[in-house]
Design a protein around this ligand. Structure first.
Ligand code: ZN
Length: 352
């Protein structure tokens, strides 16, 4: 039994107690949240651990081109889960740190319109935190899970991710940065086996590095995608073979950006803004995500605006929280209603 599973009923009491008080007094924004809080009480699902995997620079055409033989783990996620190869990055930039920060905050990038404000993609120490970049408070998936009593961690393969530890120090229980993807994955698998946690993110950089060195979608890049798929396979096997994790763990896999040729820089190129989005685990539907989410629009080859409901890599935070039956990140934007359907037990908007 997981720690969060034990803690959630306590959280439920706190939330429902808080709402009862709010109804009698004048807490202004409490009215916006009762459905979420009530949902905590009734439907405690089987998922108590979420593993988010981001493959840096994964052009979904590589998955199609390599087929099952070259990407067996990714095809396992597609075959036995809910997925699309036509999700979107953030609109403003197709770079690593801005898009990953979108994944964990559920926000757009541009600070002036409520985004997280992380527009750079290097190791700079100023601004030193996401909050300093945004000029306002920015919560993350780590905060919500931590506040509910769950343990959190991220495992990244680029040093610039130290920004997160500086920004959400209290809420992140463990941060591991190892550039070697194989060593990092070994650490991740050891953590999966040895530590009870509610949320972990694993970032694998190798396809991006191969893309910059040899060209995105080049033969060397594709070989590296296959090698990275093997690491994903290790994670999936670690979950499937563990009696405590199997049947309780959901995986969300996406990418920060794609890429073709020399770069992934231009945010208006389909090869850069098109990313995969996969969900796998107990009760997860076996389906195309757009098929089971008629309120979300498959954008074809176009980039969509933030006014359009499109499946984005920034949906990770609030989907992870939804799967853990926790409320959305405060003031977030992507999937803030937690209405992205992934489970067979979810109410399907098409049926309603
Ligand atoms: Zn890159």
């Amino acid at each position: 039994m997981s720690r969060l599973g034990v803690v959630l009923p306590a959280l439920t009491l706190v939330l429902s107690g808080g709402l009862a008080c709010a109804a009698a007094s004048e807490a202004p924004d409490a009215a916006a949240r009762p459905t979420t809080a009530e949902r905590r009480i009734d439907t405690l699902g089987p998922i108590d651990t979420v593993v988010a995997i981001s493959i840096d620079g994964l052009n979904p055409n590589a998955i199609t081109k390599l087929r099952k033989r070259g990407t067996p783990a990714l095809h396992r996620l597609i075959r036995t889960g809910a997925s699309t190869l036509n999700a979107r990055t953030e609109l403003e930039l197709t770079d690593t740190l801005p898009n990953h920060t979108g994944m964990v905050t559920g926000r757009r990038i541009e600070a002036a319109t409520g985004g997280h404000g992380v527009t750079w993609n290097d190791d700079r120490r100023r601004p030193s935190t996401v909050q300093a970049a945004a000029g306002h408070e920015v919560e993350s998936v780590f905060d919500v899970v931590h506040d509910a009593g769950g343990s959190t961690a991220y495992f990244a393969s680029k040093t610039k991710f130290s920004l997160w530890e500086r920004s959400w120090d209290e809420a992140i229980d463990t941060d591991v940065i190892i550039e070697n993807n194989r060593r990092l994955t070994r650490r991740f698998v050891a953590d999966l086996a040895g530590t009870t946690r509610s949320f972990r993110l694993l970032h694998l950089s190798a396809p991006d590095a191969a893309g910059h060195d040899h060209g995105f979608m080049s033969p060397r890049y594709l070989e590296t995608v296959t090698a990275t798929d093997r690491l994903v396979g290790k994670v999936l096997r670690a979950i499937s073979s563990s009696p405590t994790l199997s049947g309780h763990t959901a995986v969300i896999l996406t990418s920060d950006h794609g890429g073709r040729g020399a770069s992934h820089r231009a945010p208006n190129r389909p090869a850069n803004y098109t990313v995969p989005f996969m969900v796998w685990g107990p009760d997860v539907a076996v389906a195309d995500l757009y098929d089971i989410n008629p309120t979300y629009t498959d954008p074809g080859r176009t980039q969509s605006t933030y006014d359009d409901a499109t499946i984005r890599n920034g949906d990770v935070a609030n989907l992870a929280l939804d799967l853990l039956e926790l409320p959305a990140v405060t003031d977030s934007e992507h999937n803030v209603a937690q209405d992205l359907v992934t489970l067979t037990t979810d109410p399907n908007p098409a049926a309603g």
